[in-house]
Design a protein around this ligand. Structure first.
Ligand SMILES: [Zn+2]
Length: 476
């Protein structure tokens, strides 16, 4: 194999991840870039890493750099209600900084500040920092541990959603090409794409592919990435087709060079595989697999895909399948625990399911929000009458209050309590009826069954408050 840098031709020795580490790659190829050029690409590699981190963190990918700890690298997002930064993984949410919940000033001077922090240690470090700055502060008392329920956290998707993101995609294509076809990557015909990835000169090398252009492959592992690089003999195009998480699809035209025969290599990367060889499947073909010619009016095409919401639709679809995945894992985990606990009477079962529902209260809150939103959307045409009264009640009461220590309003806390109790009852019933299998557990956590249970409770609360009677028996 050639060992020269594909950009400058000097000896390549950089320990470049063939698959940028963010793709979950666990293989390296030292023969692609020299140290200098590897360094020059670090900005693009970072863009990929940052963009993928959100999804990786939600899926629970443990990257190569976290292998020693086995921990999922969290992603930094903004809580729009408080503007606070929060670290998020598939199983946790944490404040980047302690958060001031409320402040009361005293008539004699001074004030009491209520602060929420991830841990007593984080709070102590924070107070010590303030004291170092000369502020006269001390910890008066420590509260009890609790959960904070953020609203919808916000991040930004650039990968393929902007022109820089597409340059990052072209860089992935170029690196994989060098791995699969070292001699093609060093052809003078590829100078323009290298100029593009390295110096951002030129354009229209990479574009967004429509999800419906992507053939469905049932064999493919969920959330896997696929990179195809190849050479198409019909039009001499050296191409790549990249699909990330099975959700974002891109075409890349790397250059044109004469060839008598087509060939391609398909890489499938499973970011959830813990080690080789399951992390990577490589298949060689003597045809141009997955080749898709560059669309004629690329600039217009790009603008359209971003504007008309295809990028967003892909993100939404991916988020839904990530939620399904989390729900499956959650159900599996609790069923295992249930198997070990084996409650035989109501009381032990009650304790077990109470703990389950309280640990997973974030999911319960999601059901509550979902049920209120569903009702409001379905009934939005009613401007008068009882339904309009309930709609008004809903719009006047929010479950969330970012200025409370747990992020909930009194109303939200009350809904959480009664909904949790109903779910516990349902879980106990299903368990003793022998109906609580994986499917049922998933449905109760965040599916139709759970939603149905919570909807009834939430709607009854509203009709009782507004109309004076529980309505759910008539509706359902
Ligand atoms: Zn170089």
């Amino acid at each position: 194999m050639e060992r020269t840098c594909i950009i400058c031709g000097v000896a390549a020795n950089s320990r470049e991840h063939v698959f940028p580490a963010a793709l979950g790659g666990r293989r390296t190829n030292k023969g692609i870039y020299c140290d200098t050029h590897n360094g020059d690409y670090s900005e693009l590699a970072n863009i990929i890493a940052n963009q993928m981190r959100f999804f990786n963190s939600q899926i629970g990918v443990v990257g190569d750099h976290q292998k020693s700890t086995g921990e999922v690298k969290p992603v930094l997002l903004i809580d729009p209600a408080t503007k606070a930064e929060m670290w998020l993984t598939n199983t946790s949410t944490a404040y980047a900084e302690p958060r001031i919940v409320s402040a009361t000033s005293h008539s004699k001077g001074g004030s009491t500040i209520e602060i929420a922090a991830n841990s007593p240690e984080q709070l102590e470090a924070y107070v010590a920092e303030l004291q170092k700055k000369g502020l006269n502060v001390r910890i008066e008392s420590k509260g009890t541990p609790g959960i904070y329920y953020p609203g919808t956290l916000e991040g930004r998707l650039d990968l393929g959603g902007t022109y820089t993101g597409l340059r990052a995609i072209a860089y992935i294509a170029q690196t994989f090409l060098a791995h699969a076809f070292p001699e093609l990557a060093r052809l003078p015909e590829l100078a323009p794409i290298k100029e593009y990835t390295l110096n951002n000169s030129g354009k229209d090398f990479a574009w967004w592919l429509n999800p419906y252009d992507e053939e469905h492959d049932p064999q493919r592992k969920r959330f896997s990435h696929r990179v195809i690089v190849g050479h198409n003999a019909d039009d001499n195009v050296i191409y790549a087709r990249i699909s990330l998480f099975g959700a974002f699809h891109y075409g890349v035209n790397l250059g044109v060079a004469a060839t008598v025969s087509s060939r391609s290599v398909v890489f499938v990367i499973d970011p959830l595989a813990k080690h080789p060889p399951q992390d990577l499947q490589k298949t060689e073909y003597d045809i141009a697999v997955g080749y898709s010619p560059k669309p004629k009016n690329l600039t217009k095409y790009l603008g359209d895909s971003i504007k008309n919401g295809e990028a967003k639709a892909s993100v939404d679809a991916l988020m839904r399948s990530i939620q399904d995945f989390q729900r499956e894992n959650l159900a599996k985990k609790w069923l295992q625990e249930l198997e070990e606990t084996k409650p035989t009477d109501q009381e032990t079962a009650n304790l077990f399911f109470k703990r389950l529902v309280s640990v997973e209260s974030g999911w319960v809150l999601r059901l509550i929000r979902h049920s209120r939103r569903n009702f409001s959307q379905a009934m939005s045409n009613f401007e008068n009458g009882d339904i309009a009264k309930i709609l008004r009640y809903y719009s006047e009461n929010d479950e969330l209050d970012p200025y409370s220590s747990d992020g909930l309003s009194d109303y939200g806390r009350m809904l959480l309590e009664i909904s949790s109790a109903a779910l516990v009852r349902k879980l106990i019933d299903d368990f003793f009826n022998g109906e609580l299998d994986q499917d049922r557990m998933e449905m109760l956590l965040n599916g139709g069954q759970g939603l149905h249970t919570v909807c009834r409770v939430v709607l009854d609360e509203a009709t009782l408050k507004v109309l004076g009677y529980a309505i759910s028996d008539e509706v359902y």
